[in-house]
Design a protein around this ligand. Structure first.
Ligand SMILES: Nc1ncnc2c1ncn2[C@@H]1O[C@H](COP(=O)(O)OP(=O)(O)OP(=O)(O)O)[C@@H](O)[C@H]1O
Ligand SMILES: [Mg+2]
Length: 545
C-alpha cells in the first residue's frame, strides 16, 4: 500500500509530539490542522494528528531582508534550501508493523501510544485503509457502525457498538445540532447488529414513527425500518391505538396509583410544585397505609384528613396541598386505581426474545408524564434484570445470560441532575455500570445540568456543538487531554458535526454525521431478516406504509 510522503521526523518529545520537516514539494497549505497522518517508524505505524504548522528559514538574511520583489519562480527555488515548513504532529494510536520491511498492519490492531519513532521516520498521508485499521470497518464485523466521515475526507469512521453498549453513554449538543438524529442512527446500529436490545422512552414521538425534519423531509421511524416483529410500541395514549397510517401501537400501558412510589413523587417535586414538607407527609402516609398510601390519599374526605393529621401528627395544610397536587397525577387517563406489572413483565419478556420496545407517550408528552412513567417502568425492568443476573450467576448457564439492555432517555437531566440522581433508578443504573447488563443512553442539551458523578461514568460521549462554558466543562468531566478536546468542541458547526470520544472509539475524532436518509434506510432494510408476514401484518404493510 503506498502513501504519499509528506516529510520526515526531525525532532520531538513523547509529551509534546513530533516535529516534521515537510518535503520541499509539499506546500504548507496542503496540510490542515486536525488532518490525520501516518508516521512510519521502524517497528510501528503512528496514526497521528496535525496540531501545528510553522514556517522556518535557514538564513537570517531572509527574515531580516526578505526579497520582496522576487518572482514566484525564485520563491519556489528557495524552498527546501533557504525556506521550509515544519508541522507538529501528535501520535494518537500506534500499530505494530507486520515485519520490519513491510507496511502491512499487524492483526493486533491499534494500541495506545507508548513510544515515539526515531529521526527521519517518514510522514505520510493517512489512507483509507489506515482509518479502517484504527476505527474498524463495517465489512469486517457487525460491531462496527459508521457514524460519519472526517471533515476533510470521505472515509467512514466507525464506532464499536459492542463497546458502546458495555457502558452508559451520552449524546449532547445544543438544540438543533442533531441529537435525535444521532440517537436514531445509534439505535439502528444497535438493532441491526443485535449487540443489545433497546428500551426507548420516546418522549417527543420521534423514534417509533416517521417525523418531519427541520428541512421538510419525512424521516422514517424504527418501526418502518425494522418491522413490527422487531420493534414493539407500547403507548400511554389509548387514542393512539386507533390510528392508522403506519402509526398503530402494539400495547396500551396503564399505571396503577398503587404502583407509584414516594421516589416517583419526589422526582416530580418541581413539576408538581410540592412543598418542602411533602416528603415527611408522604412518609407518615406510607407508615399508615403502606403501598396503598397514594390511592388512599387521593380518595380522602376532609374528616378522614383531619383524623389522620391528629393521629399521625401530620400538618393539615401540607396534607391538603399534597392531595391537591397528586390529584393532578391521578386525573391522567392512563392512571388507574390498581395496576399490575404484567405488561412491564411482558415487555421484559419481549426484550429477552430480542425484540426492541419503544414507549410512546402520545398526548402525554409533558415532563411530568415522562418522569413518572420512565422511572416506574425502569425500576421494574431493572429489578427483573437483577433477578435474571442473579439466576445466571447461580446456574452459570449461557442460556440464562440476559441480553444487554440499553435504555434511552431524553431530557436526561430530569432524572440525573445532582439533586435527584442519587435517588432515581437512572442514577443507580449509571453508577452500577453494567453489573446488571443494563446501561443508559442519556440524551440532553445541557451536560452541565447532569450530576458530574454520573457524567464521569459515561463510557462514550457523542457531542454536537456546545457554546456555554459550563456545558463544555460538563461534557469533558473525567476525560484527559481537555485543552485539545475543548478546541475541537468549539470548532464544531452548529449542525451535523460531532465529536466522538470515549470507550467505543480508539481516539477522539470529529465527524460529519452520517445522513439519516434513503441510502441509510436501504442499508438497514437490506440487512433486515424478513420473517414471514402474518395476514394482519401484510394488510397493514399494504395499506399503511
Ligand atoms: N444525521 C442527520 N441526517 C439528516 N438530517 C440531520 C441529521 N442530523 C441533523 N439533521 C437535521 O438537523 C435538524 C435538527 O436535528 P435534531 O432534531 O436531531 O436536533 P436535536 O439536537 O435533537 O434538537 P432538540 O434538542 O431541539 O431536540 C433535523 O431536523 C435535520 O433536518
Ligand atoms: Mg431532539
Amino acid at each position: 500500500m503506498s502513501r504519499k510522503q509528506l516529510g520526515v521526523v526531525t525532532g520531538g518529545a513523547f509529551n509534546a509530539g513530533l516535529t516534521i520537516r515537510l518535503d520541499p514539494d509539499v506546500s504548507s497549505e496542503a496540510i490542515h490542522i486536525g488532518d490525520f497522518v501516518i508516521v512510519e517508524g521502524d517497528e510501528n505505524l503512528y496514526f497521528s494528528m496535525v496540531s501545528d504548522i510553522q514556517l522556518e528559514s535557514t538564513d537570517v538574511r531572509l527574515t531580516a531582508d526578505p526579497p520582496v520583489h522576487a518572482s514566484p519562480l525564485i520563491a519556489r527555488a528557495l524552498r527546501g534550501s533557504l525556506t521550509y515548513a515544519t508541522v507538529q504532529v501528535k501520535p494518537m494510536q500506534m500499530m505494530p508493523k507486520a515485519g520490519p520491511d513491510t507496511l502491512v498492519v499487524d492483526m493486533a490492531g491499534p494500541q495506545p501510544v507508548r513510544t515515539i519513532p526515531m529521526h527521519l521516520a517518514m510522514l505520510a498521508e493517512a489512507t483509507e485503509s489506515d482509518f479502517r485499521a484504527v476505527f474498524g470497518d463495517e465489512q469486517k464485523g457487525k460491531q462496527y457502525f459508521a457514524m460519519g466521515t472526517p471533515l476533510t475526507m470521505s472515509i467512514p469512521i466507525c464506532l464499536n457498538l459492542e463497546r458502546l453498549v458495555e457502558r452508559s453513554n451520552g449524546i449532547f449538543g445544543q438544540s438543533g445540532t442533531g441529537k435525535s438524529f444521532l440517537v436514531r442512527l445509534l439505535l439502528c446500529g444497535v438493532i441491526q447488529s443485535g449487540v443489545a436490545v433497546n428500551l426507548i422512552f420516546d418522549m417527543h414521538d420521534e423514534y417509533a414513527f416517521g417525523k418531519e425534519s427541520e428541512d421538510g423531509h419525512f424521516v422514517q421511524g424504527l418501526t418502518h425500518l425494522f418491522g413490527r416483529s422487531k420493534v414493539l410500541v407500547y403507548s400511554l395514549d389509548k387514542d393512539a391505538a386507533s390510528r392508522g397510517g403506519g402509526r398503530s401501537i402494539d400495547r396500551i400501558l396503564q399505571v396503577g396509583l398503587d404502583q407509584i412510589e414516594p421516589e416517583d413523587v419526589m422526582l416530580m417535586a418541581q413539576e408538581l410544585n410540592l412543598r418542602g414538607t411533602a416528603e415527611a407527609t408522604i412518609g407518615l402516609l406510607e407508615d399508615r397505609y403502606k403501598g396503598g398510601w397514594l390511592t388512599r390519599l387521593v380518595a380522602m374526605q376532609p374528616e378522614e384528613m383531619d383524623e389522620f393529621c391528629q393521629s399521625a401528627g401530620a400538618h393539615s395544610g401540607s396534607l391538603a396541598a399534597l392531595q391537591r397536587q397528586l390529584k393532578i397525577v391521578a386525573r391522567r387517563e392512563y392512571i388507574i386505581e390498581r395496576g399490575t406489572f404484567n405488561l412491564i413483565d411482558e415487555m421484559v419478556h419481549n426484550l429477552d426474545n430480542g425484540q426492541h420496545v419503544i414507549l410512546h407517550f402520545g398526548r402525554y408528552d409533558s415532563p411530568l408524564d415522562h418522569m413518572l412513567v420512565a422511572n416506574l417502568v425502569t425500576r421494574r425492568v431493572r429489578q427483573l434484570y437483577r433477578d435474571k443476573v442473579e439466576r445466571y450467576e447461580q446456574t452459570q448457564n449461557k442460556a440464562d445470560r440476559p441480553r444487554p439492555l440499553v435504555i434511552t432517555i431524553e431530557e436526561a437531566h430530569s432524572f440525573l441532575n445532582p439533586a435527584v440522581s442519587r435517588q432515581t433508578i437512572f442514577g443507580t443504573i449509571a453508577r452500577e455500570l453494567r453489573k446488571y447488563h443494563v446501561t443508559l443512553m442519556v440524551v440532553d442539551q445541557r451536560p452541565s445540568s447532569i450530576d458530574p458523578e454520573v457524567m464521569s461514568q459515561l463510557g462514550t460521549r457523542v457531542t454536537g456543538k456546545l457554546t456555554e462554558e459550563r456545558d463544555i466543562e460538563g461534557v469533558l468531566t473525567g476525560v484527559g487531554n481537555r485543552s485539545f478536546l475543548r478546541g475541537a468542541l468549539e470548532s464544531l458547526d452548529t449542525r451535523e458535526q460531532v465529536l466522538l470520544m470515549g470507550h467505543a472509539v480508539p481516539m477522539p475524532i470529529i465527524v460529519r454525521t452520517r445522513k439519516y436518509d434513503d441510502a441509510f434506510y436501504a442499508a438497514m432494510m437490506g440487512s433486515r431478516e424478513q420473517p414471514p408476514l402474518s395476514a394482519s401484518d401484510a394488510i397493514r404493510e399494504l395499506y399503511d406504509f
